[in-house]
Design a protein around this ligand. Structure first.
Ligand SMILES: [Zn+2]
Length: 255
């Protein structure tokens, strides 16, 4: 499975937990030693890519912080590559990128986010391949308000977003299954893949095997509904010793 990454994502570009030193190294160590994975180097987005999802004013605001801007452009570009791989190769792909994006709205951002990687990548696909209908599962601990603000008001495309709310693992998983069962006419299935709702991380809800099950379901339903087209982008996840294992178990179901 292709994983889009760049060594510049190791840099501490800000003083928040998503930008912390050592956050991605464990995952990269793991994927470099497992032939299941193939690393693709991320390429920065262009301004036109960002402006599909954001105002010019927001773009310029982020541009003012040079290290953040460089990393955020690389994350957004990596998200586009991840989406394009999934769509053209009819397969699974993962964007191992930071800063995260699901709290970034058109003209503002918060919660360790700057540009909305999910929205930038999806609106790229919508424009290039004229997609009509998308399912987005946001399994991060926190509700992706930026995803909702941008994508649920976008004209010409229907984006159904699920942020499961239960703090009971069984009910959480049932919410996902029920929603997947209700889908039809979907062009691509995507995930805001935050791992901060893990047992042992901030949310304390999901076990490692639940991440594997979520990955398996996304694979199964994408094969059924949209020729296997599916991708996921990293959002939160702050327990560095758990993150590689949860990432890996998700991907082994998903890929
Ligand atoms: Zn989060």
């Amino acid at each position: 499975m292709k994983v889009v990454f760049h060594e510049d994502f190791y840099k501490v570009y800000a003083l928040d937990p998503a930008a912390g030193a050592g956050r991605l190294e464990g995952i990269v160590d793991l994927i470099q030693n497992d032939s299941f994975y193939e690393i693709v180097e991320a390429i920065p987005a262009k301004k036109v890519d960002i402006l599909r999802a954001h105002t010019d004013r927001h773009f310029l605001r982020v541009k003012d912080e040079s290290l953040v801007f460089h990393t955020a452009m690389l994350a957004a570009g990596g998200a586009i590559q991840t989406a394009d791989i999934a769509y053209t190769e009819k397969t699974a792909s993962f964007g191992l990128i930071r800063p995260p994006g699901h709290h970034a709205s058109r003209d503002s951002s918060w919660g360790f986010c700057y540009f909305n990687n999910i929205a930038v990548s999806l609106l790229f696909l919508v424009q290039k391949y004229r997609l009509r209908s998308i399912f987005l599962l946001d399994f991060d601990l926190h509700t992706g308000d930026g995803n909702i603000n941008i994508l649920e008001t976008e004209e010409g495309v229907k984006v159904e977003i699920l942020n499961p709310y239960s703090n009971n693992e069984e009910k959480y998983m049932q919410e996902i299954k029920n929603t997947l069962d209700s889908l039809s006419n979907i062009d691509v299935i995507i995930a805001s893949a935050g791992f901060d709702n893990a047992q042992g991380d901030w949310g304390e809800v999901l076990s490692t095997e639940s991440y594997n099950q979520i990955g398996k379901w996304m694979k199964e339903y994408s094969i059924k509904l949209c020729n296997g087209r599916r991708y996921a982008l990293l959002e939160g996840g702050y327990n560095y010793s758990l993150l590689p294992r949860n990432f890996d178990r998700f991907c082994k179901g998903f890929g």
